[in-house]
Design a binder for this molecule. Sequence first.
Ligand code: AMP
Length: 388
Amino acid sequence: MLVLVINSGSSSLKYQVRDVAAGSVLTEGLIEKIGMGNGGDGDGEIEGPRDHAEALEQVDAAIHQELGDLELAAVGHRVVHGGERFAEPVLIDNEITRAIERLNPLAPLHNPANVLGIRAITKKWPDMPQVAVFDTAFHRTLPEHAWRYAVPDELYTNHGIRRYGFHGTSHEYVTRRAAALLDLRVEEFDGVIAHLGNGASVTAIRGGHSVDTSMGFTPLEGLVMGTRSGDLDPSILVFLGRAGWTPEDIDTMLNRESGLKGLAGNNDMRSVVEASEAGDAKAATALGVTSYRLAKYIGGYHVAVGGAKALVFTAGIGENSHQFRALVAEKLGALGIELDAGLNAERSKEPRVISTPQSAIPVLVVPTDEERAIAEATAAVVGSGPAR
Ligand code: AMP
């Protein structure tokens, strides 16, 4: 079964054609600068497509040029926000599209773009089955004590202000692979998954389900990230507001100018590690703050899951930065965690154990693959969905 996976942003459209049975990628690409016509931002710049429909024409042409004639069985969309309604991937129809659209206020940068991608496909291929795979869905199992903010009830009931969690597709996929690596059924897996990319979140898994996660109402809460602050005292925002900062100023500062970039001047973990090793004090501070924050969450989630059976690292930093993994692990001595320096430093694309046999719990590196997870979920929904 061939599935086209679409990750539609406001000005970009990322795609992959996947053979689900083989687990392989047949072709992939990225269309950028959608809606940024008029010569782009420089002389000789190629004009971007006018809108998502035109971008889809480019995707279609690129796929056919690469692969010739082929029969797509379905399209799987990464949809950022599924609100309280969506706990599973769903087959898209007009009502579902409108339901995703109604969630726009909760994810103003992402859901409108996801809907544009869905509508572009509906217009071009009206009979193509489409499936929405939500970033929030895996966290619908959070117990109320984990998703509630201690603010007046009205904020939740009237405005939907609660913790939703994100990166769910990755956390779920990595949970399944980690359980398999440990020879456990997924229902037997209690552990902590650290998804550390440019955006980063950590999830507490009990019995294969998410019971807590560090991102909240938006992907800003929790860990220190590439350009996002993660947790801070909300009074800081009040203080800045009183000092004349606009909501947009505060949003930009917290989402784009903070995190590693704010502390070390660079949002790329490789560069920050190199700078720290070369003696840069700001880079060392950034690594200290980032690894300490994560270690605190891991300790808390060890409690939340009733004793983790494993700690798992994934995504760009989690899979590749042995230095960062070591910094986190050295703060987890109280949990009896001990990395094997040799195994930790090994480079591999395979799921693997990097702790010593004496470590109280195994520490794993498990590569994530959100597109693969979306393609598999899409195939499963289409395979079991109503006849079309
Ligand atoms: P992602 O968002 O999952 O693509 O992850 C991006 C982050 O992973 C960036 O901070 C990169 O610096 C980091 N990263 C990617 N490759 C490596 C590597 N080989 N060593 C250290 N960090 C890496």
